[in-house]
Design a binder for this molecule. Structure first.
Ligand code: PLP
Length: 360
């Protein structure tokens, strides 16, 4: 028997979450964000579940080429554009749509040889991560409209705080900045990530860019995925591979970080930080054993973790344990571990088998 940990990826949940995106943004076209191996879910199966979407967005050139090679015809946006002139031939050959976010990329564009490509020009409206400054934009647009290798132009920006309910003013400031500098042009626009899709309909414009909500996690600290009618796509599960009965005073795991107050029963589960489970999850972080809620004990090891079986009915070796997903939201685990659902999902390690199920 192989090591029992696996990530079950629910195809029907992906399809469902895409319909929810459409309900939130009925007039916009959708670029499904598939960066980081589709947030850890597996690029090809995820793309297949979302195959009717209007376009894809990611950053990894190889992954973009794979999608094009296997036959996806829709726009494929490269969120960080190209990194050197060497990549330009591939961008042309596979008809990818790079983001242009700094002046150097504009001059690299003169190296294009034959084809015309679509580009997304990114404007920095206040996040100060990627994007041309509002001041630079008119000159860059002028250059690019005169560049014979450029076909269609879309203007885009990204919000710093759309997921923070107390930061509404910042989102509206960025929106106003974007509108002011783009209203003189007649180009399609793209602004909204998941949080903006849900909370700021005024940002939907022509293309929305949902990531986390497609995978069934809430972008907000104060709303659960269930509140938003989203279904978790990934369920990380494993099994109990050892059981121990402890006496009061016995300790568990590295540095004996957990100490039993009383007699108790514990289970050891085949899942550790090398699988992508957060090492900082403390004692008390919830798990599901045989569909009953229990808790982690002590320090997470590289390949194993310990859970409390006291009071959990009928436990035995081989019993299923859900670490996150169906029945136990990944956001909840993220909160206990002081991280985000994004990091947990895309941090699932390569050694964990992803098993795609049509329905689950
Ligand atoms: C990752 C990313 C998104 C998706 O963000 P979510 O919060 O996961 O919806 C959208 N736009 C850009 C530019 C991104 O880098």
């Amino acid at each position: 028997m192989s090591r029992p940990i696996q990530a079950i990826i629910d195809y029907s949940a992906l399809v469902h979450n895409l319909t929810i995106v459409r309900q939130y943004a009925p007039k916009a076209r959708i670029l499904a964000v598939l960066k980081a191996n589709a947030y850890g879910h597996g690029l090809l199966h995820t793309a297949n579940a979302l195959k009717n979407v209007d376009g894809f967005a990611l950053l990894e050139l190889e992954a973009a080429i794979t999608l094009r090679t296997i036959g996806y015809q829709q726009p494929i946006l490269l969120l960080e554009g190209f990194f050197s002139t060497k990549e330009i031939a591939l961008v042309e050959q596979y008809q990818l749509s790079p983001v242009i976010h700094h002046a150097e990329q504009v001059s690299m564009l003169s190296d294009f040889k034959n084809h015309k490509i679509d580009i997304f020009i990114k404007v920095n409206t206040g996040m100060n991560r990627l994007g041309l400054s509002p001041k630079q934009l008119p000159q860059v647009i002028k250059e690019l409209t005169n560049n014979q290798h450029v076909k269609n132009i879309t203007l885009m920006t990204h919000f710093a705080s759309a997921d923070d309910p107390s930061e509404k003013a910042s989102v509206l400031r960025q929106l106003r900045c974007f509108e002011t500098i783009t209203e003189t042009y007649n180009y399609p626009c793209s602004l909204a990530n998941s949080a903006a899709i849900i909370n700021y309909p005024e940002t939907h414009s022509d293309w929305v860019r949902p990531g986390i909500m497609l995978y069934g996690a809430s972008p907000f600290p104060d709303k659960t995925a269930a509140d938003l009618n989203l279904l978790p796509v990934m369920t990380l599960s494993s099994k109990i591979i050892a059981i121990h009965d402890l006496e009061a005073g016995d300790k568990v795991g590295y540095h004996g970080l957990f100490k039993a107050d009383d007699r108790m029963r514990i289970g050891i589960v085949a899942c550790g930080y090398a699988d992508g489970y957060p090492r900082h999850a403390p004692t008390g972080t919830p798990v599901l054993v045989n569909n009953q809620r229990s808790r982690l004990l002590g320090r997470i090891s590289m390949d194993m973790l310990a859970i409390d079986l006291t009071g959990v009915k009928n436990t035995k070796l081989g019993d299923p344990v859900v670490l996150w997903g169906k029945g136990i939201p990944v956001e909840e685990i993220a909160m206990y571990a002081g991280t985000s659902s994004y990091q947990l999902l895309c941090g699932l390690s390569a050694r964990v088998d992803r098993k795609f199920l049509k329905s689950f």
